[in-house]
Design a protein around this ligand. Structure first.
Ligand SMILES: Cc1cc2nc3c(=O)[nH]c(=O)nc-3n(C[C@H](O)[C@H](O)[C@H](O)COP(=O)(O)O)c2cc1C
Length: 227
């Protein structure tokens, strides 16, 4: 299996999938990780397999999704920092999926909300979904904003910081907006949103997951406790 860091570099959004079904041994690994993410976050991470309806709608097709047969559903029963947590733990599942040879795409809008809602329990509120399957291709590298607009950079930055920033720049963000800024004070890191709204908070959680995996948890501390 490729490493987490490698998977972060190789991941791109994929919206068109092959017909291949996800085999039982892969499902087991994904389901086990989804359960851990649910337990650690207090949110619900549920993987729906072999359901073509979740991304079958005019909006999903408009969003250029084709042949989506599986997806990760993220839901909450309330609590604090729901969006940021959804981003952080959702990206953990996305990167595992990439390591297992699968492809993904986060979708806040372009899916069939009515169908996906049928998969929720009564007290659960849908946060976002992520399409899942074997991609028709591996996607494309997104454009990045200028490095100095996203992260504080100095000549003497340690290697772990550069690797963290590199992984953060590789994170998926809604419409590739990259509305975040990374700051370093010795080994203390803060990543702050550069804007407002639900999607910016989701993005922030995703970016934090990538930074942490790229930099290595053992090398730094978060300025603010992680959600
Ligand atoms: C929170 C979030 C919501 C997104 N919502 C959608 C969506 O509704 N439809 C869609 O086609 N792509 C959606 N995307 C995918 C982004 O467009 C994509 O991640 C971004 O363009 C960067 O490209 P990359 O993932 O290939 O690096 C979303 C991504 C994120 C992180």
């Amino acid at each position: 299996m490729i490493t987490t860091k490698q998977a972060i570099m190789e991941r791109h959004s994929v919206r068109v999938y092959k017909e291949d079904i996800i085999e039982p041994s892969v499902r087991e690994q994904l389901d086990a990780e989804a359960l851990l993410c649910s337990q650690e976050s207090g949110l619900t991470f549920r993987i729906v397999y072999d359901d073509e309806k979740g991304f079958d709608s005019a909006l999903a097709h408009y969003g250029r999704f084709r042949n989506v047969r599986n997806y990760i559903l993220i839901a909450s029963k309330g609590g604090r920092d729901v969006d940021e947590k959804s981003g952080y733990y959702g990206e953990r599942l996305v990167i595992l999926a990439q390591q297992l040879g699968l492809n993904t795409c986060w979708a806040a809008l372009t899916f069939n909300k009515k169908e996906v809602r049928k998969r929720l329990e009564k007290d659960e509120k849908l946060v976002i979904v992520i399409s899942l399957g074997y991609g028709a291709d591996q996607g494309h590298q997104h454009r990045n904003k200028e490095l100095i607009k996203l992260a504080q950079i100095r000549d003497d930055d340690p290697k772990w910081y550069r690797e963290g920033v590199e992984a953060a720049l590789q994170a998926p963000t809604a419409v590739n907006q990259q509305k975040f800024r990374i700051y370093r004070q010795d080994d203390v890191i803060s990543i702050v949103p550069d804007g407002r709204g639900q999607l910016v908070k989701l993005d922030l959680g995703i970016v934090k997951y990538n930074f942490e995996a790229g930099a290595g948890k053992e090398n730094f501390r978060w300025a603010e406790p992680l959600v």
